[in-house]
Ligand binder design. Structure first.
Ligand code: UDP
Length: 244
């Protein structure tokens, strides 16, 4: 429960991969033009729809735990590098969003007082109530997890009504086969959590999906990069695949 606060506006969590900030045209890990376009989508949707929006950004454009372990690195060290990568992305996103719209706060699960506020659940909720876009950084602060799981955890903690998983690879939802390899692949409008698990549909990692299932947190998978898609997803329009 959120204590003395009253939930009035819809509260949503958007998960975006670090690669959403990268350039498809060049080898930039963070492409200012791409981030600016995303920021504009975020600011516009947030303003038009009057909702509370928190964002979890990944770090895969810079570093993933598996990048290091594949080279013989210690898993915990490599995962910590991945978490730090998410902080870099969070700052890039914060900068871009604030240039076009609402105030933001980066809340980091790893303490770095000079850079970001620490993650404190009640503070996150307070920021949202005050109309700030909250960007959760550094995942959960624990190795062996991904930012998908972090997004699910944060969404549950702040009592968001839904987790929106924005994809960046051009796939606009969950299909019965890989649409890039199989032209007959069909997109699901709706799915149940158990379908995702039983059919091994690669929506999010299994830890994240089972967490959402266990906690009754619906997940909407949609193409984040399409113009206007974020607004449609946040508005509750039919888009992508809804898992519940
Ligand atoms: N990570 C972690 N704990 C967390 C969240 C992330 O250790 O709670 C590390 C993990 O190594 C992961 C990396 O941070 O590979 C970057 O996150 P992720 O792979 O989820 O980023 P995305 O693919 O969404 O860009």
């Amino acid at each position: 429960m959120s204590g003395d606060t009253t939930k009035v506006r819809r509260r949503l969590v958007l998960k975006m991969s670090g690669e959403a900030l990268a350039s498809s045209a060049s080898d930039e890990t963070i492409d200012a033009a791409v981030v600016e376009r995303l920021a504009l989508e975020i600011a516009t949707a947030r303003e038009e729809l009057d909702l509370e929006l928190a964002i979890v950004v990944g770090g895969g454009n810079i570093w993933r735990g598996t990048t290091g372990t594949g080279q013989g690195m210690d898993r915990t060290t490599s995962d910590t590098m991945g978490m730090l990568a998410t902080v870099i992305n969070a700052l890039a996103l914060q900068d871009a969003v604030e240039r076009v719209g609402p105030p933001t706060r980066v809340l980091s699960a790893v303490h770095m007082a000079e850079v970001a506020e620490p993650y404190i659940r009640r503070r996150a909720i307070r920021h949202l109530e005050k109309g700030r876009v909250v960007i959760f950084a550094a995942g959960m602060g624990n190795p062996y997890f991904t930012t998908d799981t972090s997004a699910a955890l944060r969404a549950a903690e702040i009592e968001a009504v839904m987790l929106l998983k924005g994809t960046h690879s051009g796939v606009d939802g969950v299909y019965n086969a890989d649409p890039k390899l199989d032209p007959t692949a069909v997109r699901y409008d709706k799915l149940e959590f158990m379908d995702v698990v039983n059919q091994d549909l690669r929506v999010m990692d299994l830890t994240a999906i089972t967490f959402c299932k266990d906690n009754g947190l619906p997940v909407l998978v949609f193409d984040l990069m399409g113009p206007g898609n974020l607004r449609r997803a946040l508005a509750g329009e039919e888009i992508g695949t809804l898992i519940q």
